[in-house]
Design a protein around this ligand. Sequence first.
Ligand SMILES: Nc1ncnc2c1ncn2[C@@H]1O[C@H](COP(=O)(O)OP(=O)(O)OP(=O)(O)O)[C@@H](O)[C@H]1O
Length: 327
Amino acid sequence: MPIIDVAALKKVYPIAIKEPGLKGTLNHFFRRQYRNVEAVRQVSFQIEPGEVVGFLGPNGAGKTTTLKMLTGLIHPTSGVVKVAGQVPFRRAPDFLQQITLVMGQKQQLLWDLPAMDSLRINGAIYGLSDRTFRDRVSELATMLDIADKLKQPVRKLSLGERMKAEMLAALIHQPKVLFLDEPTLGLDVNAQVAVREFLKEYNRRYEATILLTSHYMADITALCDRVLLIYQGELIYDGGLDGLLNRFAPYREVKVELAQDADVGKLAQYGEVETLAGCTASLIVQRADLTETVSRMLADLPVQDLTVTDPPIEEVIGRVFQAGAVA
Ligand SMILES: Nc1ncnc2c1ncn2[C@@H]1O[C@H](COP(=O)(O)OP(=O)(O)OP(=O)(O)O)[C@@H](O)[C@H]1O
């Protein structure tokens, strides 16, 4: 049975329009006019317990709006949402015990106080006993490698340490469903890797379900087998990462190192020459022609090394969002 069940979900935001100048201000005051922004349109998907799903889309596609509906922060205009068998917007205590929402660009920890003080507040809100609180903090702090930082004011923590402490605060009640909106935003590569590894472990240890948005494709490739792709409020892809590449990037990149300097004209017989520097080159080859092309290259050219890779996912997503590719 799915733990997240979304059917024909829609959110329309009415936005007040104001003309410039004094007349515009008066009109705005007495006869306010609105236009509708359809942030999410007829989105449907289901997620099973324990899945880690990437939620991708360009800026303004509707990701945060969807996460807000899934966590009950805003009411859908229409459609059905159920998370852990509950209607999120009712915000029932039993529902709130089972979920968490982490937003990379917002913080819940109090700036001037040690993280431990904020954790205690959260522990009290969720009704944890002293013993459970201590055990949870100890377990999560060890997993996050942040135990020695919890007693100093949050403002003195590095960005990466702060994010780890935020994560601890968001997970103190041991939720089963995690909604993460850009959890690694702005972190350096080491901190990104640490947060990713932690999420992997949390998912494994507690069989938690995770729906995650990120602009860093490394987060998605490291954590998610399945991705949802949203574009202009509509779900345009729901499936495996591999399938996404097959559908939107029907080509692969062949990097080749030759025994002598290569010639563009000659290499162009095998594919589109992307880069060429001395004896190393990179070619774009259609997936369908790959086996035959690589065999020809190995037979015809003095190949010393040859690797075939998928194009970076950033590039694939970029292609998807070009109007033509989406249609
Ligand atoms: N409170 C609001 N009132 C009016 N319009 C809104 C509101 N929140 C979001 N929108 C609009 O709804 C659309 C979807 O926004 P949303 O924040 O869900 O996108 P997103 O995919 O999360 O983008 P990003 O990756 O930039 O965070 C955008 O056009 C945005 O301007």
